[in-house]
Design a protein around this ligand. Structure first.
Ligand code: NZQ
Ligand code: ZN
Length: 386
C-alpha cells in the first residue's frame, strides 16, 4: 500500500426524517444563504422541510443553480454573500448545487482579484466560508468530499477546484428524497458512482487488499441494487443503499493508499463543456474505450474485476479483461445509458482534436495512473468513442 494521510471532517447525518436536525447543526445567529437548483425541491417537499427546520434563522435564498453549475450565475450569489455579510451557506440539491456552494465558500474569502483564478490557476482552498448540505440526489459524493467542478459557458470550460477548506461541515442524507428523482438522474447517479470506484480501482495491482475489497463491495452493491432502484425509487431500503454507495464511492476512503486514474473524468468534463451531455453519460462514453486503449497496463485489475464483480472465471488474463469491459458497457446500457458519442450529438467529429488542444493548452500533458497519456492519446480515446 502507498503511504497516505486521511482526514475527512464532514459529519454525516443519515436517515429518514433527519432534515429536521438542520437547526442544531447550523451555528446559532448565523446569517444563512440557502442555495438550490431549478426548483425540484419546491415540488417534492424538501424546500418546505428545510424552511420549517430553519424557522428561527435569518435566511436569504438563492435559487436557480443549473446542472453543471454556471460561473456567471454563481457570481450573482457571491455578490449577495458579500453585500449581506452571509456567515453560513446551505446547499440544498445535488452535485451541481453543492459544487456551486463550494465555489462560493472559496470565493467569499478569496483575496485575489479574479475568482476565476481559483479554477484557472488551480488555487487550493485552505479556508472557506463554512457550509452544510442537504443532499437531494445521490451521485457525485460531493456531500462528503472537498472537490468541485464549475462550468463557464462563455469559454466552453469545465474546471475543477478543491482543497482541505472545502469539506462540508455536515451533510444530511435522507434516502426518502430518492423517490422524487427522475429515472434519468437515478441512472446517472449509479453510473457516476460506479465510475468513481473504477477511477480509483482500475489501475494496476499494488497489493492493497482491503482497499480493493472496499471498492469491489461498492461496485457489487451498485450492480445488485441498480435494477431495483430504477424500477422502484420509493423503496426506502434500496434507496438507502444507493445513497450510501454514492457517498462512499468518493469520500476519499477508497482512494487512500492506491494509485488513481481519473483520465475518464478529465475527458468526460470536456464533453460536457462541448455538448452539455450529462456528466455521468460522458463517463459511460469514455470509460469502455479508455479501458480498451489501455488494456495492456490495466489488464491485471480488469481481470480481477471480471472475476470478482462479474463472476468471469474462464480464460486468460487478457480474455477476462476484454469480457470485463464488455460487461461494464452492458451494465451502463442496462440503465438506458448510451455509450457512443454519436448517439448524443451529430456534431462530434472535431471533439477529439478539440480535447487534444484543450489538454495541451491547460498543460494536462500526462494523465492516467502512470501520468503517461498525452493529449494525443486522449484524442485517440475520444475518437474511438464516436
Ligand atoms: O435543479 P433542480 O430543479 O433541483 O433539478 C435537479 C437537476 O435538474 C434534479 N434533481 C436533484 N434532486 C432531485 C432532482 N429532481 C427531482 N428530485 C430530486 N430529489 O436533478 C438534476 C441534476 O442535478 P445535478 O445536481 O446536476 O446532478 P448531479 O448530482 O449528478 O451533479 C452533477 C455535477 O456534479 C459534478 C459534475 O461534473 C456535474 O457538474 N461532479 C462533482 C463531483 C464532486 N464534487 O466531487 C464529482 C463528480 O465526478 C462530478 O464531476
Ligand atoms: Zn463523476
Amino acid at each position: 500500500m502507498l503511504n497516505f494521510e486521511f482526514k475527512n471532517p464532514t459529519k454525516i447525518i443519515f436517515g429518514k426524517g433527519e432534515i429536521k436536525k438542520l437547526s442544531s447543526e447550523i451555528p446559532e445567529n448565523s446569517k444563512v444563504l440557502m442555495v438550490y437548483g431549478g426548483g425540484s425541491i419546491k415540488k417534492n417537499g424538501i424546500y418546505d422541510q428545510v424552511k420549517t427546520a430553519l424557522s428561527g434563522f435569518d435566511i436569504i435564498e438563492f435559487g436557480g443553480i443549473p446542472a453543471n453549475p454556471e460561473y456567471s450565475i454563481l457570481l450573482q450569489a457571491l455578490e449577495i454573500i458579500k453585500k449581506e455579510n452571509i456567515s453560513f451557506i446551505l446547499a440544498v440539491g445535488g452535485g451541481s448545487v453543492i459544487d456551486g456552494v463550494k465555489f462560493l465558500s472559496s470565493a467569499a474569502l478569496f483575496e485575489g482579484e479574479d475568482p476565476w483564478d481559483i479554477l484557472a490557476k488551480s488555487i487550493r482552498t485552505t479556508k472557506g466560508l463554512p457550509f452544510g448540505t442537504v443532499l437531494t440526489l445521490p451521485a457525485t459524493g460531493s456531500e462528503m468530499n472537498s472537490s468541485s467542478v464549475i462550468s463557464r459557458k462563455e469559454t466552453r470550460q469545465k474546471l475543477g477546484m478543491g482543497g482541505p477548506g472545502l469539506f462540508p461541515v455536515f451533510s444530511i442524507l435522507d434516502p426518502e428524497v430518492v423517490k422524487s428523482i427522475p429515472q434519468r438522474q437515478i441512472a446517472n447517479g449509479i453510473t457516476d458512482a460506479f465510475t468513481h470506484v473504477l477511477e480509483q480501482y482500475m489501475t494496476y495491482p499494488i497489493g492493497a487488499l482491503l482497499q480493493d475489497r472496499f471498492a469491489e463491495s461498492i461496485m457489487q452493491t451498485l450492480v445488485e441494487i441498480a435494477p431495483k432502484i430504477i424500477s422502484d425509487p420509493s423503496d426506502y431500503d434500496i434507496a438507502s443503499e444507493f445513497m450510501w454507495c454514492c457517498t462512499m464511492a468518493l469520500n476519499g476512503l477508497i482512494q487512500k493508499g492506491v494509485p488513481g486514474d481519473w483520465a475518464v473524468h478529465a475527458m468526460g468534463h470536456e464533453l460536457t463543456a462541448l455538448y452539455g451531455i450529462d456528466h455521468a453519460r460522458t463517463l459511460a462514453i469514455i470509460a469502455p474505450r479508455h479501458y480498451e486503449y489501455n488494456i495492456e497496463t490495466k489488464k491485471e485489475k480488469l481481470a480481477q474485476y471480471a472475476e470478482r464483480i462479474w463472476g468471469i472465471q474462464n480464460g486468460s488474463v487478457i480474455e477476462k479483461a476484454k469480457q470485463a469491459i464488455e460487461k461494464t458497457e452492458d451494465f451502463f446500457n442496462s440503465l438506458d445509458i448510451k455509450t457512443r458519442l454519436s448517439e448524443y450529438t451529430d456534431d462530434y467529429k472535431d471533439s477529439g482534436k478539440f480535447i487534444e488542444d484543450s489538454f495541451t493548452k491547460r498543460g494536462l500533458t500526462g494523465i492516467g495512473e502512470h501520468r503517461s497519456l498525452k493529449p494525443s492519446d486522449a484524442r485517440k480515446i475520444v475518437e474511438m468513442s464516436y
